[in-house]
Design a protein around this ligand. Structure first.
Ligand SMILES: Nc1nc2c(ncn2[C@@H]2O[C@H](COP(=O)(O)OP(=O)(O)OP(=O)(O)O)[C@@H](O)[C@H]2O)c(=O)[nH]1
Ligand SMILES: [Mg+2]
Length: 306
């Protein structure tokens, strides 16, 4: 898990080398991303690492994301025939828990495997999975192997050499995923990853993180917020703040005011009638992460985002 890893430069270098070495042994790569944050859950290093190999981008956790966005991202991330890039990229809308997308994933690879010629054509077609923490790599490995043997089990140092899992169609999958480091250098990506539970909530304290999420949701999905928290309206600039009684001046004031309204509806109230922002914040983050608020995508392809 991310909280056990220090992504200091030395570690990044080691991880890169590890993935690079594994990459040499495979015919193609599955890059797993989080459908809710397809920009923040990618690491640009992957383009360099995968280089000319065929790649499938698994837009995972698609069940939690906006269906329109999933479709738009699938189109955007699938390389066109005239793309100058050496490697071909296909995008698949994926749900690792139900297996949605698996068929399409395999059919792309089967096509690729059939195109091979010479000695490589008689070897099993080999795949590996890469992605940032928590995007669903292990779930996908389990799904692809039918929950058979996707254990890495042994302690480090005990396992000698690579272990390959044989899939039903005869392809082989590397048993350990390549874990890419998240984009810590981009604060916006850090916040998005925190919203989705991919990095510890400590990046911001819970109420602050929740207020940031309220800002984004007020902007993009106001109707879902109104419905989920049974609010009559979302407060904005010029409205009176229930917290201070003064007019709301900034989007932060507005987020606080709306969180106040939500907390009242949910009974997140401390003795002395004070608002329990901590509990409300946690509740909001939990409900976002489990898509109880609705299917939400925080990053859209160009034109639809920001
Ligand atoms: N709703 C939904 N949840 C998913 C999906 N894929 C994975 N998850 C959940 O996301 C969480 C992380 O999944 P993992 O498979 O452990 O992710 P990982 O990439 O292996 O994570 P690390 O090993 O920490 O890097 C788990 O709670 C999974 O149940 C999906 O397609 N939809
Ligand atoms: Mg894992």
């Amino acid at each position: 898990m991310i909280d056990n890893i220090n992504w200091y430069p030395g570690h990044m270098k080691k991880t890169r080398e590890l993935i690079q070495n594994n990459m040499k042994m495979v015919d193609a790569v599955i890059e797993v991303i989080d459908a809710r944050i397809p920009v923040s859950s990618r690491n640009p290093i992957i383009d360099e690492l995968v280089s000319s190999k065929p790649r499938i981008i698994a837009i995972n956790k698609s069940d939690l994301a906006d269906e329109n966005a999933n479709r738009a991202w699938k189109q955007k991330l699938t390389s066109k025939p005239d793309d100058a890039k050496a490697g071909e990229t296909q995008a698949v809308i994926m749900n690792s828990l139900t297996g949605e997308g698996t068929k399409q994933l395999f059919s792309s690879f089967e096509k690729k495997a059939a195109e091979r010629t010479g000695s490589s054509a008689i070897k099993p077609y080999r795949l590996m999975i890469v992605g940032v923490p928590n995007c669903g790599k292990s779930s996908l490995i389990n799904r692809l192997t039918g929950h058979k043997s996707a254990k890495t089990g042994d302690r480090p140092g005990v396992t000698k050499g690579k272990q390959w899992l044989t899939l039903e169609n005869g392809m082989q999958l590397l048993d350990t995923p390549g874990i890419l480091w998240p984009k810590f250098e981009d604060p916006k990506a850090g916040v998005n990853l925190a919203f989705c539970g991919s990095i510890k909530d400590e990046i911001l304290d819970v109420p602050t993180l929740a207020m940031e999420l309220i800002k984004v949701l007020t902007d993009r999905y106001p109707e879902l917020l109104l419905e989920r928290y049974k609010l009559d309206e979302l407060l904005g600039e010029g409205d009176e703040s229930p917290e201070t009684g003064y007019p709301i001046e900034t989007d932060t004031d507005a987020a606080l005011a709306n969180m106040h309204q939500m907390a009242l509806k949910r009974g997140c109230i401390l003795p002395g009638k004070r608002i329990d922002y901590e509990r409300m914040g946690r509740l909001l983050l939990d409900e976002f992460r489990s898509a109880k608020i609705g299917r939400i995508t925080l990053e859209w392809p160009e034109g639809g985002d920001d």
